[in-house]
Design a protein around this ligand. Structure first.
Ligand code: MN
Ligand code: MN
Length: 267
């Protein structure tokens, strides 16, 4: 059992910085429902019983108006950290990871981020916005909020984002070069940011930007299980219920969430 604080779920129903489709703001409740669905039990593959009293907590969903969303997100994450909790955020679009990491990076100055995504999300700006869900990791790295950023499953990188990755020293593990288990070991604080579109659309059609050629759920779990480090926080983002088919993506998201929680608890 780790000495780190109890993992605490926080729903962040924000999709105001999505570039193509809205809908990710409806995700938190649906992932929660899949997590608690009686179709499965509460044990993780790593042999952790999430049904044990106190295994994790749920702080519910944030409420905010869009104009002040980022301030509310940053302050809420900071408050959880100050209370000794480890925030596990359910998006929402990927833009929320910037205000989350503003709080986490201040709390843990030598943070490593393991970022699962089809997209590098490193645009300096996208369609006129520097806060777009296509930009959070550019903001995080230029602010020096992480010492190491490892991206896994990337398969859409363009020239601009390759320059950005070089500029910030990002380790981009493209889908074609996986597995990348050895890159997921780091002494010290680790944060996991899991964009559901890292999964192949065959496994997770409920995303705003379907990108074929992605991970199976099994490959994603294998990479999550390979992580070594003190996991101090995580997010699961970009599930879009509007795009889902029969809830299969919510179930995949809940499975990923379970294994992340299990890793946080078992170390
Ligand atoms: Mn993303
Ligand atoms: Mn993505």
């Amino acid at each position: 059992m780790t000495k780190l604080g109890v993992p605490t779920i926080l729903g962040i129903p924000f999709d105001g910085h999505s570039s193509y489709l809205r809908g990710a703001g409806e995700a938190p409740g649906k992932i929660r429902a899949a997590l608690h669905c009686d179709a499965s039990n509460h044990w993780t593959e790593g042999r952790v019983d999430l049904g044990r009293a106190g295994a994790y907590e749920d702080a519910g969903d944030l409420a905010f108006s869009e104009t002040i969303a980022f301030a509310v997100i940053e302050n809420s994450i900071a408050a959880l950290l100050d209370r000794g909790k480890r925030p596990v955020s359910l998006g929402g679009d990927h833009s929320i990871t910037y205000p989350i990491i503003k709080a986490v990076g201040r709390h843990y100055p030598r943070l490593t981020i393991f970022h699962f995504d089809a997209h590098p999300d490193l645009y300096d700006e996208f369609e006129g916005s520097r806060l777009s869900h296509a930009c959070p990791f550019a903001r995080i790295m230029e602010a020096g909020l992480a010492k190491r950023l490892v991206q896994v499953g990337i398969r859409t990188i363009n020239g601009h984002q390759r320059e950005q990755a070089h500029r910030f020293g990002v380790e981009v593990m493209e889908m074609s070069s996986l597995p990348a288990y050895d890159r997921l070991k780091q002494a010290g604080p680790v944060y996991i940011s899991f964009d559901m579109d890292v999964l192949d659309p065959a496994f997770a059609p409920g995303v705003s930007h379907r990108e074929p050629g992605g991970m199976s759920v099994r490959e994603a779990i294998a990479h999550l299980h390979a992580i070594e480090g003190e996991i101090v926080g995580a997010d699961v983002v970009e599930y879009n219920p509007v795009q889902d088919l029969a809830g299969v993506t919510a179930t995949a998201g809940a499975k990923v969430l379970k294994e992340i929680l299990g890793k946080m608890i078992s170390g």
